[in-house]
Design a protein around this ligand. Structure first.
Ligand code: MTE
Length: 389
């Protein structure tokens, strides 16, 4: 490869051959150095990886309860499927079932539709804030977003095949294109969560068909759980008598059973699979490093807690010495984040502004990060430095 420009040209040709959107891919590559992606007609996304398209939402976009799809983070472990045809798409349901079957998109769409507003967060969101640094995509604060997902209940889809009593876990396979000899992105969830009335085979996001980046034509939606549970480009559902064994169940997406010292290794036997998200808040404004005029400033942000509800968000404007309650936004749903705001009478000086959420199970964001070797579930109190003049 002679130059970055040649590389971009080659990637563009490859993307064309693969039926991808070359202008976006090229923009992603070009933007990698600046950290900002320009997609015509859409606002900037932060490119954390252009290889498989890992796009982060800048926090200032966390100002609406539902995240517009063009601003919704994207997390791909592999190449997106190059051929996606609604007419040819099929979903196979098999394994520990009475009648294995295959549904086409019309048959799937004929099942009753259910909607769930869900905050989807990548387990690795915030990984870049761990010290010592851990390997993996170095997400900042924005690998999270909230959308209204709609489609048939996963339970109704499973019922078409009839789950046997031996069925204990449900495995999802997507249509990702696997680069070389790496393991496929296959994971499973326990049957109880699969049969929950809010778990979906989603075909829509915010009222429109899923886009390619978010799993067109259908994805699993496992509300309140780490994003990895919600398999995109779903093509196979298999009921298993035990948890799926594979790279993305172990060693991937596991958390130490006991607290570990930063930098310490953990034996695989001392870990468990990640499931629900934990309590977290993020400050969406003012931005870190902002210069503001003394007077009334609105500190605003968002807070979520997986399968629990947010009951309180507190804000400190003096580096964590004193805390005051923020006002929670009106819009709420069980698996969705709450927007919040706090009216700050700012006086001149350099200030550290923090936010801290509490959930309905009594969990409070910790002051210091809970370090773990893969950097999952970062949820320390958020903070920004603000200069007031
Ligand atoms: N499904 C497939 N088939 N392939 C993937 O790489 N990534 C998972 C999940 N589903 C992934 C997938 C991860 S890690 C996350 S966080 C979410 O999709 C992200 O969903 P989004 O890209 O729609 O935001």
């Amino acid at each position: 490869m002679n130059s970055r420009r040649d590389f971009l040209k080659q990637m563009s040709k490859a993307a064309l051959a693969a039926g991808a959107v070359p202008s976006v891919l090229v923009s992603a590559l070009e933007a990698q150095q600046s950290g900002a992606l320009q997609i015509p007609g859409e606002e900037d996304m932060l490119v954390r990886s252009a290889r498989f398209f890992d796009l982060e939402t800048p926090v200032e976009y966390f100002s609406t309860w539902l995240t517009p799809v063009p601003h919704f983070f994207v997390r791909n472990h592999m190449h997106e499927p190059s051929e996606l045809s609604a007419a040819d798409w099929r979903l196979a349901i098999g394994g520990e079932v009475e009648k294995p079957c295959t549904l086409n998109l019309s048959e799937l769409s004929a099942l009753p539709t259910h909607s769930v507003v869900n905050t989807l967060e990548c387990a690795g969101n915030g990984r870049s804030f761990h010290h010592p640094q851990v390997p993996g995509i170095q997400w900042g604060k924005g690998a999270v977003g909230t959308a209204r997902f709609s489609g048939p209940r996963l339970a109704d889809v499973l019922q078409r095949a009839g789950v046997k009593s031996s069925g204990k876990h449900v495995m999802f396979r997507g249509l990702d294109e696997i680069p070389g000899k790496v393991p496929a992105f296959i994971r499973s969830i326990p049957i109880e969560k699969a049969l929950d009335s809010d778990s979906l085979v989603a075909t829509h996001m915010n009222g429109a068909l899923l886009t390619r980046h978010h799993g067109f034509p259908a994805r699993a939606l496992v509300p309140g759980w780490i994003g990895a549970a919600s398999c995109k480009w779903l093509t196979e559902i298999k009921v298993l008598d035990a948890e799926f064994v594979g790279n993305f169940m172990s060693p991937g997406y596991r958390f130490p059973n006991q607290p570990v010292n930063p930098g310490e290794a953990v034996k695989p036997d001392d870990t468990h699979p990640l499931t629900a998200l934990n309590v977290k808040s993020v400050i969406a404004g003012p931005l870190d490093g902002a210069h503001v005029k003394a007077g009334r400033i609105t500190v605003r942000g968002t807070a979520w807690a997986g399968e629990a509800d947010i009951v309180k968000v507190e804000v400190s404007t003096d580096g964590g010495a004193d805390w005051s309650p923020a006002t929670l936004g009106r819009e709420q749903a069980h698996y969705a984040w709450r927007l919040w705001n706090y009216d700050w009478k700012a006086t001149s000086g350099d200030c550290t502004v923090l936010s801290r959420a509490t959930d309905s199970q009594g969990h409070v964001q910790p002051a210091t990060p809970v370090w773990n070797p893969s950097g999952y579930l970062y949820n320390a109190t958020d903070q920004v430095k603000v200069h007031v003049s």
